[in-house]
Design a protein around this ligand. Sequence first.
Ligand code: F6R
Length: 261
Amino acid sequence: MRIIIEKDYAGVSRRAADFVEALLRRKPNAVLGLATGSTPLGLYRELIRRHKDEGLDFSGVTTFNLDEYYGLAPDHPQSYHHFMRVNLFDHINVPGDNINIPSGTAKNIAKSCDDYERKIREFGGIDLQILGIGSDGHIAFNEPGSSLASRTRPKTLAPETIRDNARFFGEGEEVPKFAITMGVGTILESAACLLLATGKGKARILAEAVEGPVTSQVTASALQLHPHAIVIADDEAASCLKRRAYYEHVERVSSGFGGES
Ligand code: F6R
């Protein structure tokens, strides 16, 4: 794993945008895996800025999002379809037909999950998957105990996740208890994974994911098995990493290699 530590949230967002931009310059028809939540918002703002100010072009890009709440239609204000439109897609030039997000309302959920997996394969797989980490160590909505070989499927959300996500919902509004999510196995097939972690609240769980055992109890730890997993953390989120000094040393001295793993 490559661990990059930046001073603050803005630094993490810029650094993550550098990875996306480098990919798009090298491969204009790249397949991007995208996440929702608070963490990637700065990255999305930076990508929008680079699109508007510097002409970063998304016209050939295809996107696959990690997850969607079960039962929420695409136009529901708390749906991840809506989140992605408002926070990214409405402001860049990715064609609508190239956007893929799991359906939270498909009549045949199992079939729609299989179709999602098939479509990712048909596009040649995901080139770069953006990830956040949940306070229970989840990536996408792969809650503790999720199979590390899991594929896109419905998942029951953990009480911690429901509590964490309640901040996006109004008073009296019910937070969904289920989601449709890419599996850990799906994520691990991406050519590269970029996990973003910011803030003190993520420090303990990030250290478990990066330096603890690979376990389905902390599904982000499965990234240790990935040959091209990059973590970008801010100072606060990196504060519990035992080998922090070594990771910083690696970043200082090894840039000539073109990437540690
Ligand atoms: C979102 C997702 C989740 C979030 C995680 C962290 O699509 O898959 O795994 O990345 O819950 O959320 P934030 O960034 O809000 O702390």
